[in-house]
Design a binder for this molecule. Structure first.
Ligand SMILES: [Fe+2]
Length: 145
């Protein structure tokens, strides 16, 4: 988020841009909350990350959101420092969550899918053997009498 400090109205424009970016993030957060499964959650986390990284960088950049607040007043210096710190912490948390989702998909979820495929194979085989027995009992034996 950059601002043209040469014009009086630039602060208002920058504020609008910041609020618009936050609205966009709000919408992506909602998509994240509504992810119907782990695979989709992982995809949405990656999309969320690619939105957050440049957003955080814009806020931290020279003449960005934080500089704007610092230049306007010294009352919020502590808050700005906290927000800056939270940027890194939030991205770390997002990365850790995505890694856990990946590990879960590659481990427990993959194992359950494998067991499900094995169960399906066994039931199919079981039913096929029953059918074969039925044919044998009703037709082969009857035919043999
Ligand atoms: Fe922000």
């Amino acid at each position: 988020m950059t601002t043209d400090r040469g014009e009086h109205g630039s602060t208002a424009r920058t504020r609008e841009e910041i609020l618009e970016a936050h609205q966009q993030i709000h919408e992506v957060i909602q998509r994240l909350e509504e992810a119907p499964n782990l695979l989709e959650l992982l995809a949405r986390l990656q999309a969320f990350r690619s939105l957050l990284v440049p957003h955080f960088a814009d806020e931290e950049a020279p003449d960005g959101f934080f500089d704007l607040v610092r230049a306007a007043t010294s009352r919020h210096l502590v808050n700005v420092r906290e927000f800056e710190h939270e940027h890194g912490a939030l991205l770390d948390e997002l990365d850790a969550l995505a890694e856990r989702a990946r590990a879960c998909l590659a481990g427990p979820v993959a194992e359950i899918l494998k067991q499900s495929a094995e169960l399906a194979r066994r039931v199919r085989d079981h039913e096929a053997r029953e059918s074969a027995l039925l044919v044998d009992a009703l037709y082969v034996d009857v035919g043999g009498q």
